[in-house]
Design a protein around this ligand. Structure first.
Ligand code: SAM
Length: 299
């Protein structure tokens, strides 16, 4: 396809023209901060590593600024947009020239993403599925957790998020940003911050700094754990009350079902102090501790 006649949107002039043409006003509750910088848009798509063999799911296409570039680089793109006012702009105008893009007017948090991937025609072993997005910040954690935990055939997730959240995903023990999200992300994927993006690259400007993070999904988890659910319950309990020792935070959480005596024994078996806080443990130690609790449960 010849894309030379297409009017790309990643600049303030073209964006304002479209917004005015359709009388579109931004909706704060949908986290609408549209990209107006071509280098940033191309940088995200480049870092995602999209090729013509790949299937891309874009969350929140807005007026289609990044969707255009994705369509030019990918085999197929499905763009899921919650705001129905954007659909005529996308389908009737900015994406009309592309025959490999499908726009779906839906809330991504209520979308069956596994089914969406099947409907795209994706087959295991033929190309990759990637999620690429300038995410509305209010859904960052739930959507990333869903994509990782549901074990969907998603090869990588390359997304713009708040810089602070990007830091949280890649940190380890000793950092104030380290938490349950860090451990969940690092159990399923290798996180890498690939770009930091100033507020001036968006319209309207957000009040926070942003960063693009790429999560490359592991084929196999980096640690062996006998009961994933229990490990994540222990992790959540530890960070819900991060100032408390694990013997207090974990044992007072009924979801964990671990009594003090058993936890003390498991901590000792893992070589950890009985007064340790969860925030001091890395992923490997959480896995070992969980495995030791499982062993004690079987006795
Ligand atoms: N991709 C565009 C860009 O970079 O210019 C827009 C990004 S803007 C930060 C977030 C987009 O996600 C908006 O278009 C917003 O309407 C959409 N959105 C917000 N919540 C959503 C949800 N739950 N499901 C799907 N789209 C959503």
């Amino acid at each position: 396809m010849d894309y030379s006649q297409i009017k790309h949107l990643a600049n303030p002039g073209a964006t304002i023209e479209i917004l005015e043409k359709y009388g579109f006003s931004f909706r704060k509750q949908y986290g609408q901060n549209f990209l107006i910088d071509e280098n940033v848009v191309r940088g995200i798509v480049h870092n995602a590593g999209v090729t013509k063999d790949d299937f891309v799911i874009e969350i929140g296409p807005g007026i289609g600024t990044m969707t255009q570039i994705l369509a030019e680089e990918a085999g197929k793109v499905v763009a899921v947009e919650i705001d129905k006012k954007l659909i005529p702009i996308l389908e009737g105008d900015t994406l009309a020239a592309y025959d490999n893009v499908k726009v779906i007017n839906q809330d991504i948090l209520k979308t069956n993403i596994g089914q969406l991937i099947k409907d795209m025609g994706f087959e295991e072993g033929k190309g990759r599925v990637m999620v690429v997005a300038n995410l509305p910040y209010y859904i960052t954690t739930p959507i990333i957790m869903e994509l990782l935990e549901k074990k969907l055939p998603v090869d990588s997730i390359t997304v713009m998020v708040q810089k602070e959240v990007a830091d949280r995903m890649k940190e380890g023990p000793g950092s104030k940003n380290y938490g349950a999200l860090s451990l969940a992300v690092q159990y399923y994927a290798k996180p890498r911050v690939v770009m930091t993006v100033p507020a001036s690259c968006f319209m309207p400007r957000p009040n926070v700094d942003s960063a693009v993070i790429k999560l490359e999904r592991f084929k196999e988890a980096p640690v062996k754990v006998l009961d994933e659910t229990l490990m994540f319950r222990i992790i959540r309990a530890s960070f819900n009350q991060r100032r408390k020792t694990m013997t207090n935070s974990v044992c007072s959480d009924i979801n964990c079902g671990v009594d003090k005596e058993k936890l003390l024994k498991a901590l000792e078996m893992t070589g950890l102090d009985s007064r340790i806080r969860g925030e001091a443990l890395d992923l490997n130690q959480f896995a070992q501790l969980t495995n030791n609790i499982c062993t004690l449960n079987q006795q």
